[in-house]
Design a binder for this molecule. Structure first.
Ligand code: ZN
Length: 467
């Protein structure tokens, strides 16, 4: 029997705010010292009260807008109760029935993927187990870090599509400056709800089930298994493929798939059963009494541009697709667009240099434009540009550097003059005496009052002398 795979994704992203979600502690879970970015709110001590982080809400609304989602006019917070050693309050402040964003979507290569909801919550602390298992400790630096959760409709039917969705989410949140979304550091984490159903079942499309209750939707799907702790893009693909094969084998044997939570074991490359699945009733959600209802004024948040649109903008000015993609990934695209606006003839070189040279990419936009312009009008070589960038890095201004290297215009006649006047040294050099070149370089440098670039003088001299 053949089965159709259906996957829904839950993607968690830690937001890049200065402070935590409900207190003023630094949002720095990677601080080298444990339990340093903590306060009574983080520890959930009696009498402490949470305070909302406006920036976290703004970033989430910005993402919601970029993904054409419906932004809630008002939203409230809920307590999700469960016991875990890294959760000092015994509950997590989250959003259950009132997510900040609903019905968003992402288009990847022409295929639309529906995002059911995007909501905000707080991250938990981190349990640290001693290698010899003699002790376990908890680090609360991460407790209370703003965590955004994105839940998709079950509309992926291949592991590859699910992986590409996660990659696109990473691109988007990076491009919008919402998160660094480094999966290795746990800044972005994926969970997949995976089910299979006989291919002859009429599978629901997300369009048909839009607005329906989840129960109605799941009737058309097989029993789903939730896989947690997927910590790389490769693992997204592997975990889904593994589950597809495991569930197929069970059904083929006439057994049934158990509704449960499993974890991805990246070393063994397989999923392992964790526990039977909690339902939302197990979490005993109730409204958070210590936080107010938040009213959102959508117009107050600027709308951001998606990576897809930004790639297109670059392509529309003639940037090849692969280069456009890299520029957007590295967030250097807007610079290229500005340069294109100012001096279109510099665009191509700007795009290449941004990617090729970290020295160039790290200059400010003004200096980049000035140097490119000087290079073009002054006929600079790539070496000259490299030296010029280095000098700016060493503290010179772009104007000073350009003034120096613009001397290059008159370099050639000076060299010719020096060669003519020092024929003996020229003969020495051409007959193999390297030292004679130093003398000639010295003569040129003296004539330019030290303003010329010594490397360039040497190169030009060698060129002219045919060595
Ligand atoms: Zn705190």
């Amino acid at each position: 029997m053949t089965y159709q795979l259906t996957v829904g994704l839950e993607v968690h992203v830690e937001l890049k705010t200065k402070t935590k979600m409900f207190c003023g502690c630094a949002n720095d879970p990677f601080d080298s010292k444990p339990n340093i970015n903590v306060c009574p709110v983080c520890y959930g001590l009696p009498g402490s009260l949470p305070l909302l982080n406006k920036e976290a809400i703004r970033l989430t609304v910005e993402l919601g807008q970029a993904l054409n989602g419906q932004i809630a006019e008002n939203t409230f917070w809920a307590r999700k109760n469960y016991f875990y050693p890294d959760l000092p309050k015994g509950y997590q402040i989250s959003q259950s029935t009132s997510p900040l964003v609903k019905q968003a979507r992402i288009e990847i290569d022409g295929v639309k993927h529906q995002i059911q909801r995007i909501h905000l919550e707080e991250d938990a602390g981190k349990s640290v187990h001693q290698a010899d298992q003699s002790a376990s400790r908890v680090n609360f630096n991460r407790a209370g870090v703003p965590l955004m959760e994105m839940v998709t409709e079950p509309d992926f039917h291949s592991a590859e599509d699910a992986k590409r969705f996660c990659q696109e989410i990473q691109r988007i949140v990076r491009a919008l400056g919402i998160s660094d979304a480094d999966m290795e550091k746990g800044q972005m984490r994926c969970e997949a709800n995976i089910s299979i159903a006989p291919s002859n079942w009429q599978l629901a499309t997300s369009k048909e089930t839009e607005g329906q209750k989840p129960e109605a939707r799941s009737q058309k799907l097989g029993t789903k298994v939730e896989v947690k702790n997927i910590n790389s893009f490769r693992a997204v693909e592997k975990a889904i493929t593994y589950e597809y094969e495991r569930q197929t084998e069970l059904l083929d044997k006439g057994e049934s798939v158990i509704h449960e939570t499993r974890t991805w074991d990246s070393i063994a490359s397989k999923t392992v059963s964790m526990r039977s699945k909690e339902t939302s009733a197990d979490y005993r959600y109730f409204p958070e009494p210590d936080l107010p209802i938040v009213e959102i004024e959508v117009g107050a948040v600027k709308s951001a541009q998606l990576p897809e649109d930004r790639r297109r903008a670059l392509e529309s000015i003639g940037t090849p697709a692969a280069i456009a993609q890299s520029l957007v990934d590295k967030q250097l695209d807007s610079r290229v667009l500005v340069i294109n606006n100012r001096e279109p003839e510099l665009t191509k070189e700007a795009a290449h240099l941004m990617l090729e040279s970290t020295a160039f990419a790290s200059l400010n936009l003004e200096d980049q434009t000035k140097l490119l312009s000087a290079k073009k009008s002054g006929g600079w070589t790539k070496d000259t540009l490299t030296v010029a960038m280095k000098e700016i890095g060493n503290g010179k201004t772009a104007e000073e550097v350009i003034a120096t290297y613009s001397e290059k215009f008159v370099l050639e006649p000076i060299i010719v003059e020096v060669i003519t006047a020092n024929q003996a040294a020229v003969n020495d050099y051409t007959s193999g005496k390297e030292n004679a070149l130093h003398f000639l370089v010295g003569q040129v440098m003296a004539k330019t009052k030290g303003k010329a670039n010594i490397n360039e003088v040497r190169t030009e001299l060698k060129d002219i002398l045919g060595q």
